[in-house]
Write a protein that binds this ligand. Sequence first.
Ligand SMILES: Nc1ncnc2c1ncn2[C@@H]1O[C@H](COP(=O)(O)OP(=O)(O)OP(=O)(O)O)[C@@H](O)[C@H]1O
Length: 279
Amino acid sequence: MTEAVPTHHLLEIQNLTVRFGGLTAINELNLQIHEGEVFALVGPNGAGKTTVLNCISGLIKPAAGSIRFADQELLSLPAHRRATLGIGRTFQQLQLFGSMTVLDNLLTAQHTRLRAGILSGILPFGPGKREDAGARQHALETLKLLGLESYARRPAGSLPFGTQKLIGVARALVLHPRLVLLDEPAAGVPPQDVQELATRLRYWQKEVGTTLLLIEHNMRLVQAVSDRVCVLDYGKKLAEGDPATVLSDPAVLEAYLGRAASKKVQQEQLSQGGSYAEG
Ligand SMILES: Nc1ncnc2c1ncn2[C@@H]1O[C@H](COP(=O)(O)OP(=O)(O)OP(=O)(O)O)[C@@H](O)[C@H]1O
């Protein structure tokens, strides 16, 4: 029997193809994501970004290809097994319980870790209480690292939208996954709060080292947080590399803004909130 050769990539996507009826949404895509990096997947509306995320987390079954995470093939595993391997995710829409406190939102995200079960919630002592206290401490530390500790006892729904988006990220990070898929963390966040979001994500990544894969239309955030960027267009890789080079690539600007796009249009787009999204 030959020994498995360890990969240098945390996530390795090979020849991924996804079809919806007659539409090829992802066309033989290859991507490698290194452990500890922030990798941004960008591209015009309909390019296939969410489809890639859905294939990784198990919501979509591709027609062909392979997705390996930490040397394990993901495509043969159901979605819940992928989460237990250490893959977390946020969604574009907020998935917070608005009437619950921020702290309780993070505690519910951890409930699968609390092995003590229902009885522990009734008994005023025992292992359940210790685990509860541990989870609380863990949630508070996560909030602190993201600069959110002052909101811990506030109802999540009472906070500004930008703060709620960051709490959504905290919910994914509280489980300390190895890889977190961030689905448009800056969507709906006011331009003045995007820099704050970038600073918090960078700080977390520096302190904890979580690998982040984000899809995002907001180029300010992409430029501020990403180590590498991949541009998708019609389900194919158009460009890949460091953010400054990729985002100034004429082919990339063309894909976003059309062939007539001028430098002036590009600069106007960036100055109006830094988003290339069409919709
Ligand atoms: N469940 C589905 N059924 C049919 N077509 C789909 C489905 N999901 C996505 N598509 C199509 O696949 C293509 C890629 O969609 P996807 O949502 O992955 O793009 P995206 O890059 O995330 O776009 P956006 O930036 O607008 O969110 C689009 O043409 C879309 O209409």
